[in-house]
Ligand binder design. Structure first.
Ligand code: PLP
Length: 291
């Protein structure tokens, strides 16, 4: 019974978010590349059953923050059997000692959080070693700390061009796909376009100018549950959306948790939920985002 309810909830949420993604893309200025934005469903802390339900409703791209959690889910028998075309995105902080483990994940589609030339080197050599010389290159994005906050990972913005240059010229097993940011939480859009997204756009322009790359070949991963439409309107090609699809995340020892989780998943927010409420929730969970 709860399974049917969960399936319906997840299905409706996916459909609603996809509609909003499509609508937001129509509001993009024509000066931006007309790339169909990719929706990454962030399944961190959510059980394999929910991932399978989202997959059954057509979702293919899923994002995880922790290497161990991703390894576990990617090798889960239910997911292996039900989701043969799943595409895993790694969206959390990557430590060098975890690179081999991560790269062993089957159906790993994209590592969004390469944040130094040294890490790129490690990922490059591991990919060459693990997958052999004539395999496909591994897609990577470079994560930029656009807000300059100390608790955020990511490359200082001024090192973007040199790092991308390094990857493109020295890391033959990697395919540089674009730039990623998390940015400051709870930005008030009535103040104008989100400066973190603007910063990512301008760094992309610099990368394209100095490396002679076409704009449409350098993607932008930015935007989450509270701001993915705005992100798309200003140029995101990849949005990472979790809580409005799967419901709020539950963490051990958190005051925001329900004390006795029922088998019912926490309901996904309705799209009509006011941005104020959503922002308050985002603020509450800020300290849980170790990215
Ligand atoms: C890097 C990253 N992107 C996106 C998300 C999804 O956030 P939300 O649930 O607000 O959509 C998370 C959540 O942990 C995250 O860590």
């Amino acid at each position: 019974m709860w399974r049917a309810a969960m399936s319906e909830e997840v299905g409706k949420a996916i459909q609603s978010v996809l509609e909003r993604v499509t609508q937001a893309a129509t509001r993009r200025p024509r000066t931006l590349p007309a790339v169909t934005p990719r929706l990454v469903a962030v399944s961190k802390t959510k059980p394999p059953e929910m991932i399978v339900e989202a997959y059954r409703h057509g979702q293919r791209n899923f994002g995880e923050n922790y290497v161990n959690e991703l390894v576990e889910k990617a090798s889960d028998p239910l997911i292996l059997e039900s989701c043969p075309e799943i595409k895993w995105h790694f969206i959390g902080h990557l430590q060098k000692n975890n690179v081999n483990k991560l790269l062993g994940v089957s159906n790993l589609f994209l590592v969004e959080t390469v944040d130094s030339a040294k890490l790129a080197d490690r990922v490059n050599s591991s990919w060459q070693r693990l997958r052999g010389a004539d395999t496909q290159r591994l897609k990577v994005m470079v994560q930029i700390n656009t807000s300059g906050e100390q608790n955020k990972h990511g490359l200082p913005p001024e090192e973007t061009v040199s790092t991308v240059k390094y990857i493109v010229s020295q890391c033959s097993a990697l395919h540089f796909l674009g730039l990623m940011t998390i940015g400051r939480y709870g930005y008030d859009l009535t103040l104008g376009p989100n400066p973190d997204f603007q910063m990512l756009l301008s760094r992309r322009q610099e990368v394209c100018d100095s490396l002679k790359l076409p704009l449409e070949e350098v993607e932008l991963s930015m935007g989450m549950s509270t701001d993915f439409e705005h992100a798309i309107e200003v140029g995101a090609t990849n949005v990472r959306v979790g809580s409005i699809i799967f419901g709020n995340r539950e963490y051990p020892n958190s005051a925001t948790n329900t004390p006795n989780p029922s088998p019912n998943p926490s309901p996904a927010h309705s799209p009509e939920k006011t941005s104020k409420v959503v922002c308050e929730e985002a603020a509450k969970k800020m300290h849980h985002l170790t990215v």
